[in-house]
Design a protein around this ligand. Structure first.
Ligand SMILES: C=CC1=C(C)c2cc3[nH]c(cc4nc(cc5[nH]c(cc1n2)c(C)c5CCC(=O)O)C(CCC(=O)O)=C4C)c(C)c3C=C
Ligand SMILES: [Fe+2]
Ligand SMILES: [Fe+2]
Length: 366
């Protein structure tokens, strides 16, 4: 076993608080090979697909990775921007904004690093960035408002897996969820009101969350309950009558049962029933991505209108809106309190000199 060398922690410079933002990830380019590589990593995660490994490997490599990458690549091409994947471009803006807000609010040095659970920038690369900044305390912050084992726990797995290779671990904290944070609910309500100011109020407002297999919910994943609570709190904040808002789950994959009702089926039914106007938001995503920009904003609008529905509009994710960024900074500030005062560098100069001389006499490298 060889561990990552931690001698390059800058013992003589001030320690800083590291904030590791983690979002899902995205392919490097919208080309088929990169999309295949990304899907292979994503769909092999046992937190995402809990099937027994051998049959799943055969299905994944024998079928899914032969067909899905071309279809997904086509979808990615339709939303790709000059700055690359929307999810990554927005996450970079979020990280920069958060760095500025935290520098203004925290008493000591802070470094925000961005990681993608699958693809790049990787979790190991972001942790290395924090190590180089002398972050002896790290707050892991998965950007998923609602906890799910398939996303939040997987982000934590990736961090701890990398840390199994480190000799000298930082102190660690982990934000688990923020589905009912007042600042998050307020920002969602404000984004909806702003949309209404431009487009008017719809007959129906649909909260569409990414689905998970129903089986995960039955085994205790709190995701379903947290989605319900987020939607209810936002509707209450808006003073919206119960019969005007709905909740559904999107982006299912494969043949098994996922959380219901399904977004696509709901919109087709509403179209066929002659619903005149619908607005959809996806509050489970902290940044717009393939699942919102292509699936909800484009694909689902066609389903609704081809079935006979009226007007359809998509309310964007919170992305780097100032109220969203302030709310994320508030959470970090709260989670950064209560750590004991740091009394000085983790290793003092005398300790370092002694280790260097011992290493010379013992011939050790690390
Ligand atoms: C197959 C199982 C999947 C589970 C379970 C799942 C849960 C889950 N995912 C998100 C957030 C995102 N998913 C995104 C894309 C995406 N998701 C799956 C599959 C599962 N997700 C696939 C195969 C894909 C790739 C795209 C495709 O081929 O359809 C994205 C967008 C990434 C991007 O690059 O823009 C996000 C974000 C959540 C929140 C969640 C469970 C709660
Ligand atoms: Fe997903
Ligand atoms: Fe999708």
């Amino acid at each position: 076993m060889s561990f990552v060398n931690t001698l390059d922690f800058r013992h003589d410079s001030p320690e800083c608080l590291g904030v590791l933002l983690v979002n899902l990830g995205t392919p490097d380019t919208p080309g088929v090979p990169d999309v295949r590589r990304y899907l292979a990593e994503f769909l092999w995660d046992p937190r995402v697909v809990e099937m027994a490994r051998l049959p799943w490997w055969l299905l994944l490599h024998g079928m899914i990775l032969r067909t899905r990458p071309a279809r997904s690549a086509h979808a990615y091409q339709s939303i790709w921007t000059e700055d690359g994947s929307p999810l990554l471009a927005i996450a970079r803006r979020q990280a920069t904004a958060l760095q500025g807000l935290l520098e203004a609010r925290l008493p000591g040095p802070v470094r925000v690093a961005l990681a993608m659970r699958y693809g790049n920038p990787s979790v190991p690369a972001a942790l290395a960035e924090l190590k180089a900044a002398n972050a002896r305390r790290v707050l892991v912050f998965p950007l998923y408002p609602q906890y799910s084992a398939s996303t939040t726990a997987s982000a934590f797995d990736a961090v701890t897996r990398e840390l199994t290779r480190w000799r000298w671990l930082p102190e660690l904290r982990f934000i688990n969820q923020y589905h009912d944070e007042p600042g998050y609910i307020d920002a969602l309500a404000a984004s909806i009101r702003e949309h209404w100011a431009r487009h008017g109020e719809p007959e129906r407002l649909l909260f569409s969350f990414h689905g998970i297999p129903r089986d995960y919910f039955e085994q205790g994943d709190p995701y379903h309950c947290q989605c319900q609570k987020t939607a209810r709190l936002v509707a209450e904040r808006l003073g919206l009558a119960r019969e005007r808002w709905f909740l559904s789950f999107q982006s299912r994959l494969g043949r098994q049962e996922w959380l219901r009702p399904y977004t696509d089926e709901t919109l087709k039914e509403w179209g066929a029933a002659g619903v005149k106007s619908v607005q959809v938001l996806s509050p489970g995503f902290s940044a717009d991505c393939l699942e919102t920009l292509e699936e909800v904003a484009i694909e689902n609008s066609h389903l609704f209108q081809e079935a006979g529905g009226g007007s359809y509009s998509y309310i964007p994710c919170l992305n780097d809106r100032p109220d969203h960024m302030t709310m994320l900074a508030d959470l970090v500030v709260r989670h950064s309190g209560g750590w004991p005062e740091v009394s000085g560098p983790a290793v003092d100069a005398a300790g370092l000199a002694e280790r260097a001389s011992r290493a010379r006499t013992m011939g050790a490298k690390d």
